[in-house]
Design a binder for this molecule. Structure first.
Ligand SMILES: [Zn+2]
Length: 202
């Protein structure tokens, strides 16, 4: 009997009483647990480290225990890929060294007044010192560095939007919202109906 822990491509290796070991790709070096219970205990001792992994019996070729269903792992990884893409975009913006103008407090105040103090992205009411200026069409997407391309938004939204175009940002938020709600309420009929409506609208 050989019990190993794997995510399908990598294996847990080099487990000792003092170390949780490492993740490697060479199956021949996978750590062999004495039995399934020992492997499950190992998994449960560090959920973050083993979240996408499962306990696998190489003899019966069956999954003995897992945190998540394989399709859930696939979905989480797809969502993570979206974030990676966004991070890359932000990196590019930094690399291209786009210099932004410093706008005076008067510009900020004017835009704040125009927007009734509400974040242009989430609608939250802000105090003046919570306001950040956001380029509607990002500079990284060749948006002009002019007041008419500015809107006020909260720090959280500004960070989340990054260098995305308004429509891309809306799509991303919609996708995140749908995915998170589905994970929470997938079993509820009302949500299924609401999500169907949202998809139709989107
Ligand atoms: Zn906001």
């Amino acid at each position: 009997m050989a019990i190993v822990i794997t995510d399908g491509t990598r294996y847990i290796s080099g487990v000792t009483p003092g170390s949780k070991g490492v993740k490697i790709e060479n199956a021949a070096e996978a750590y062999e647990f004495t039995d399934a219970n020992a492997a499950i205990q190992y998994m449960q001792s560090d959920k973050a480290f083993t979240l996408y992994y499962y306990v696998y019996d190489t003899v019966t070729q069956k999954i003995v225990w897992k945190w998540l269903e394989p399709e859930e792992v696939a979905r989480i990884r797809a969502a993570k890929a979206v974030w990676k893409e966004a991070a890359k975009e932000n990196g590019l913006r930094k690399k291209n060294k786009i210099h932004r103008k410093m706008y005076s407090n008067d510009v900020k105040k004017l835009l704040y007044k125009e927007a009734n103090g509400k974040c242009a992205l989430c609608g939250r009411e802000m105090t003046l010192d919570q306001v950040t200026l956001d380029h509607i069409i990002p500079l990284a997407k060749n948006g002009p560095d002019r007041v008419d391309n500015l809107q006020i938004c909260c720090k959280g939204c500004n960070l989340l939007k990054g260098a995305a175009l308004p429509e891309d940002f809306a799509n991303r938020v919609n996708a995140i919202f749908l995915y998170q709600m589905e994970r929470k309420y997938a079993h509820k009929i009302t949500w299924k109906f609401a999500s169907w409506m949202l998809r139709k609208l989107g």
